[in-house]
Design a protein around this ligand. Structure first.
Ligand code: 3PY
Ligand code: MG
Length: 255
């Protein structure tokens, strides 16, 4: 069980922190994937049907393998952030942050007073991360804001300069749709990614993005991105199972 947020330590040290998204609510998958050695695993609560009890069990399973459990919450909402952190996430990824005010709202929801407004209730963190976790939580918890709208790209420097924003995660798909590209990428999209990276450099905030392949993760690390997600577990499952099916069906003479 990690007593410290090792993913946050990597980002603070200027290093990459790499993991995968999880879209299948499964404790078994969470435990198994956490044994592989990813720096973190993020439950995609925004786009998959998680309930809070399943999240809690998955956070426990992930942390039991010394991997950092995170959640991409459904909205920039203080109640959701509080409940997710109380359930044992070591940080949250907050979607669609488009202004410094919205970033500040996410930060204050993540922090106990005086830095924020997080309510100081109990929670399983004391058994998982130590009885002193509440005292350390403001420093340990990751608050990662998503830049995934063209308006947010224009405001990237002011968003990333907000104190308490630990990192930025670009959502390339929503960004593409907001640019009128219907999910496709072009040169303007590529330039927007670099603009956010440069805003991160100017403000000292690690920036990363969701990557479509392991090769892209490697390329993005070389470009200076740090918080990197490699696909999601459903994609890995489908590509492995599809390849197995193809091998068998193309060799079979009975079909
Ligand atoms: C996006 O690409 O919009 C995302 O949210 C990726 O996680
Ligand atoms: Mg998105």
């Amino acid at each position: 069980m990690p007593r410290e947020n090792t993913a946050k330590q990597l980002l603070r040290a200027g290093k990459p922190a790499v993991g995968i998204w999880m879209n299948i609510p499964s404790v078994t998958s969470a435990e198994a994937l956490a044994t592989i050695g990813w720096d973190w695993l993020t439950l995609d609560v925004e786009h998959a049907p998680y309930n809070l009890e399943t999240q809690q069990a998955m956070f426990l399973a992930i942390a039991s393998q010394n991997c950092v459990p995170l959640a991409r919450i459904a909205a920039n909402d203080a109640t959701m952030i509080k409940q997710t952190l109380d359930a044992g996430a070591m940080g949250v990824v907050v979607p669609m942050v488009c202004s410094a005010e919205e970033a500040a709202r996410a930060v204050e929801a993540c922090k106990y007073p005086p830095e924020g407004i997080r309510s100081a209730g109990g929670g399983r963190w004391r058994y998982a991360y130590g009885a002193d976790w509440q005292a350390r939580a403001n420093d340990e918890t990751l608050c990662i804001v998503m830049i995934e709208h063209k308006t947010a790209v224009d405001r990237a420097e002011e968003i990333l300069a907000v104190p308490g924003v630990d990192a930025c995660f670009i959502g390339p798909n929503d960004l593409s749709w907001s640019m009128g590209l219907h999910g496709k990428r072009d040169d303007a999209h590529a330039a927007a990614l670099m603009r956010v990276r440069d805003a991160g450099r100017a403000t000292g905030t690690p920036v990363g993005l969701h990557c479509g392949s392991p090769d892209e993760v490697v390329q993005r690390i070389e470009q200076g991105f740090q918080f990197l997600a490699c696909q999601n577990e459903m994609g890995f499952m489908m590509s492995g199972v599809t390849a197995a099916h193809k091998t068998i069906w193309s060799a079979r003479k009975d079909v």
